[in-house]
Design a binder for this molecule. Structure first.
Ligand SMILES: N[C@@H](CCC(=O)N[C@@H](CS)C(=O)NCC(=O)O)C(=O)O
Length: 493
């Protein structure tokens, strides 16, 4: 895909830099964003989000035995338990939370119990090692026969052991003869977490089962985590997929489906992808995110979701406990609120920038985005909701004045806010600008000043390929207006 690169003037302060929509100091800031890197460079343990004591780590806790979703720092933990650069000490809650997301990497081989010790050790090989030939086939008639294709063997030599200690064994960690060699800071931190309770130690071992130090020490993986995932999905990923399938079966379908160009785009992105985008085709906030995903050429799965269904769709609630679209879900991490998601996408993928790089210019964009969110969107909603002519008229006047302010802050030549290229200000505005011309009767359409510049801006938005690829025919927006009004009302709940 051909992506525009911003011309130099886009990166320089100048136009738009110091115009403010407010007479007083600006109000409202973009909410802070927590990120879970997808390509983790492992920070020290202290920088991980550890589960608070007694917590199972999530706002979505499944029935006992089920996986825990929305786990903090899931990708970092998966990487940590995959590489096992150093022994990892886990409380039972941490083990139950994180191990099911990584169990696909390892195959259990043996369990060692000790006559005079009350702990036990489980030994695992990396699944890429393959089973030794001659492993007897199960004769259990109830066991499902699976079609298997033989995998090449011995592709990875990693071995690990997990030692399960009952309560009262914390002192064992200090016993260096036990072979758990840990940096004193890490050890102190682990002792503070496990207290006197039970715990597990997960560590890589060499081919003789020793903790290292022998010839060459423990092997390291000959492949990445994605390769393990491609061979077998973890228990947690399998359960999650099952639950999402079940939710799809039981949930009433949305009364709305993208049509026209939007339908073609949704179809292109129907396949399972790591980044799931929960969207409603009638929703202007969803459309903002959709435009950015398209403009950035990202891989994503479009999930048409009806946020007004009762009960609300489970996957949506998992991604956004408030049950509003848009929301995104990315490998155990979720995010909601269109403006926050757009900021995240901007940080996540900078190859197609939608913000200028100059800090003042960028802050200025944020100020006008805040203006759109706190002034234009509420005015648009009240015009749509007004049933009396007088209230509608007053709302129109306000909306018109606000759009005029925005137009006057925009680049003079246009066609977009910053000139030649669409930026996040345009993306925040576009779904509303397009709905203004579709949902507000012709005779009362706002005609902000300077009028030609507003017309030019609207035309540019209408013609923009990425915006068009998210648009359904006009009739969808007029027919779904009641739902849009209900949705907009839900915003303030
Ligand atoms: N401030 C939110 C607004 C999202 C919103 O209001 N979405 C509506 C659909 S347009 C919704 O999901 N409503 C569901 C409800 O009200 O229960 C954002 O920017 O993402």
């Amino acid at each position: 895909m051909d992506h525009p690169t911003f011309p130099p003037e886009f990166h320089t302060p100048g136009l738009n830099s110091f115009t403010s929509p407010y007479t007083g100091p600006p109000s409202g800031t973009v909410a802070s964003i927590t990120t879970a890197p997808t390509n983790p460079a492992l920070p020290p343990l202290g920088q991980f989000n550890l589960l608070p004591p007694g917590s199972t780590g999530s706002h979505v806790v499944a029935e006992s035995g089920d996986v825990v979703e929305s786990t903090p720092d899931l990708e970092l933990w998966r990487a940590r338990l995959f590489y096992l650069e150093e022994p990892v000490i886990l409380t039972p809650e941490e083990y139950d939370t994180y191990f099911p997301w990584i169990d696909n990497v390892y195959s259990h081989r043996t369990t060692q119990t000790y006559k005079r010790k009350s702990f036990r050790t489980l030994y695992y090989d990396c699944r890429m090692k393959g089973r030794p030939s001659g492993t007897p086939k199960s004769d259990d008639p109830n066991k499902k026969k699976r079609k298997r294709t033989a995998r090449e063997r011995d592709l990875c030599g990693v071995k690990i052991k997990i030692t399960e200690y009952p309560a009262g064994f914390a002192a064992e960690l200090k016993n260096t003869d036990g072979g758990i060699s840990l940096d004193s800071g890490v050890l102190e931190e682990a002792l503070a977490r496990i207290g006197d309770g039970p715990f597990r130690v997960m560590q890589r071992i060499d081919s003789n089962g020793a903790n290292g130090g022998g010839d060459g020490g423990p092997a390291t993986h000959q492949h990445d985590l994605q390769t393990s995932d491609a061979i077998k999905k973890s228990k947690a990923h399998r359960q999650l997929a099952e639950r999402q399938k079940e939710a799809k079966r039981t949930q009433k379908p949305s009364p709305w489906a993208p049509k026209g160009e939007a339908a073609a785009t949704a179809k292109k992105h129907a396949k399972d992808a790591a980044l799931k985008f929960y969207s409603a085709c009638f929703c202007p906030f969803s459309q903002r995110v959709w435009i950015a995903l398209e403009a950035k050429g990202l891989e994503y799965q479009y999930c048409e979701t009806y946020p007004l269904s009762k009960p609300k769709p489970t996957p949506l609630l998992e991604a956004n406990p408030r049950g509003l679209v848009p929301a995104i879900w990315q490998e155990g991490w979720a995010c909601a609120e269109s403006s926050v998601i757009l900021e995240y996408l901007e940080d996540f993928n900078s190859t197609v920038p939608l913000y200028p790089t100059v800090p003042k210019l960028k802050a200025n964009c944020r100020l006008w985005i805040d203006f759109i969110n706190t002034r234009i969107v509420p005015s648009f909603s009240s015009v749509l909701a007004a049933t009396e002519e007088v209230a509608k008229g007053r709302g129109m006047e306000t909306l018109q004045r606000q759009i005029s302010d925005l137009v006057q802050a925009a680049d003079e030549k246009g066609p977009y806010f910053l000139g030649d290229h669409m930026c996040l200000v345009d993306i925040h505005l576009a779904p509303f600008a397009l709905r203004i011309s579709r949902l507000i009767p012709l005779q009362s359409l706002p005609s902000p000043t300077p009028r030609p510049r507003w017309r030019q801006w609207q035309d540019a938005l209408e013609q923009n390929l990425h915006i068009r690829s998210t648009m359904s025919p006009d009739v969808l927006y007029t027919r779904s207006m009641d739902d849009l009004l209900k949705g907009l009302r839900g915003m303030s709940d």
